[in-house]
Design a protein around this ligand. Structure first.
Ligand code: ADP
Ligand code: GLC
Length: 485
């Protein structure tokens, strides 16, 4: 039996702002329970619904370093044990993330609390698997502050990069202060880039918590093969490409999977009418017209309807969507948007909705129910991201018979095969150059196929629905990695 502990800042069904929560909620379930005991630890945010908080039991509580309260709560769901690090002062807010300055302290505390709690809760992991910068100090603490404690001897670590754009970055002085890590960690090449301007005071050097995770963990993974290559370049590496090139033998790209129980159009209780690869030709349009009705668009099963379900941030390619909006709305096309994020993009979509009320519906909110209805109800999903480590929305859309229109980058490149009209192959529309023109060109191609060759469109949909993006294959690769360790 191998014991594995996932350390994460979000996890479905408790708290989610993006794909990280989906992955940490679904990957542990994909392992054979007779061989793996995978448990998950995350903060006990006040933002977690009462429904879950009421089910938690306290395992232990103590004062870390004789001064800061750490409570450990637990519950079991679908055979997985979850632990929650409890501290009102750090996690008592209404949302999981605040601003970076405060989050550095909150997640440094979280990472240290996780290790401090382990000897007390009766679970000794063989491997600690950390996700994104919020848990990236775990391998650092383990190999420094906790090194002398026999309990921790032999514990291995994996660090998974879900998004290298967010690293937990500040100056050395602040990160040293919030983490209490020894000075050796701040030598250039560890938490600090080796390429520092040595003419500035050492305390002001830029310091990245994620870099710590990359330097101190035994293995590094990221969520697609293409992204594993991209982040070794200066363009995509966000200042960490040097360490990733240096450790490339220890860097694996493992594609994310989907929870095929949660995302299953044949059983989905959140959509208007269930359907499968056999029945989508008749049944999917019911989802479309019901969605149009709910969103107060004209009910019309025949109009090409595009969707966007996304965090509204620079990553997601919304700048090039902005450029094509007038052009798009001059066509026989509807656009349905669901997302929250940067105020600029929220207002941008509100503006287009007021300018084109018959064509654009913008729901500036977070709603899991509406997301399901959109994946089922629209014909095509736009995912024009500037960069995309993996991306789950294109995978969900393939599963729901919705054709993805994507930029050939990261996981989008690895999961959507470009439509080839001569060979009748492919599963979506893919553009190579990150320009508004290239995006519009692919939408035009999709629109031509949809309106002129519905039978071929349906075959394209069918090919996409038949692809398997469950965890079946990828969980085997994680098992392979764990067994090497
Ligand atoms: P990222 O993690 O970068 O946001 P992913 O594509 O990996 O991107 O995952 C996004 C996840 O969040 C998907 O499950 C998607 O359905 C969901 N999601 C994004 N925005 C919303 C929203 N406004 N309402 C509901 N779900 C959303
Ligand atoms: C990140 C990435 C996204 C990925 C998700 C889960 O948020 O932006 O591409 O799918 O993590 O790994």
């Amino acid at each position: 039996m191998k014991n594995i502990l996932f350390v994460t800042s979000e996890c479905v069904p408790f708290v989610k702002t993006g794909g990280l929560a989906d992955v940490c909620g679904s990957l542990p379930k994909a392992f054979d329970k007779s061989e793996y005991d995978i448990r998950v630890i995350l903060p006990n945010y006040h933002a977690i619904k009462e429904e879950w908080r009421n089910q938690m039991e306290t395992v232990y509580y103590f004062q870390m370093d004789n001064r800061i309260y750490v409570g450990i709560k637990t519950l079991v769901l679908d055979g997985i044990r979850y632990y929650f690090v409890d501290n009102e002062q750090y996690f008592g807010g209404l949302v999981p993330y605040y601003d970076m300055f405060q989050d550095l302290e909150r997640f440094a505390y979280f990472s240290k609390a996780v290790l401090s709690a382990l000897p007390l809760i009766g679970f000794r992991p063989d491997i600690i698997h950390c996700h994104d910068w919020q848990s990236s100090l775990v391998p650092v603490y383990l190999n420094t502050v906790f090194q002398g404690d026999p309990f921790f001897r032999g514990i291995r670590t994996v660090f998974t990069i879900h998004n290298i754009r967010f690293q937990g970055t500040w100056d050395v002085g602040h990160i040293q202060w919030v983490s209490g890590l020894p000075w050796e960690c701040f030598e250039p090449g560890r938490l600090v880039s080796p390429y520092q301007d040595t003419s500035i005071p050492k305390n002001s050097w830029n310091c990245s918590m994620m870099r710590g995770g990359l330097v101190y963990s035994d293995y590094i993974t990221t969520v697609s093969n293409s992204y594993a290559g991209e982040i070794q370049t200066a363009n995509f590496g966000d200042g960490l490409d040097d360490i990733l090139r240096w450790r490339r033998e220890r860097l694996w790209g493992i594609l994310n999977g989907l929870d095929y129980d949660e995302w299953n159009p044949a059983k989905d209780k959140k959509i208007y009418k269930t359907y499968s690869v056999k029945s989508f030709r008749e049944r999917k349009k019911v989802n479309k017209t019901e969605l149009q009705k709910e969103l107060k668009l004209k009910e019309n099963p025949d109009v090409l309807t595009l969707g966007i379900v996304s965090r509204l941030t620079d990553q997601k390619g919304l700048d090039i969507v902005n450029i094509i909006m007038d052009e798009l709305c001059s066509r026989e096309i509807n656009l349905i948007v669901l997302g929250t994020g940067a105020e600029y993009y929220e207002n941008m979509f509100r503006y287009y909705q007021s300018k084109y009320p018959d064509k654009v519906s913008a729901r500036i909110m977070y709603s899991d129910d509406l997301a399901h209805k959109i994946y089922a109800g629209v014909d095509a999903l736009l995912v024009p991201s500037a960069f995309e480590p993996c991306g789950l929305t294109q995978l969900i859309s393939l599963r729901y018979g919705t054709v993805p229109i994507v930029h050939a980058v990261g996981g989008l490149r690895d999961t959507v095969e470009p439509y080839n009209e001569f060979e009748e192959t492919g599963t979506g529309f893919v553009f190579n150059e990150y320009t508004a023109w290239a995006l519009m060109d692919r939408i035009n191609h999709a629109s031509w196929l949809y309106y002129n060759h519905k039978d071929r469109w349906d075959n394209l949909v069918e090919r996409g629905m038949k692809k398997d993006f469950s965890w079946k294959e990828s969980s085997k690769i994680y098992q392979d990695l764990y067994s090497r360790m």
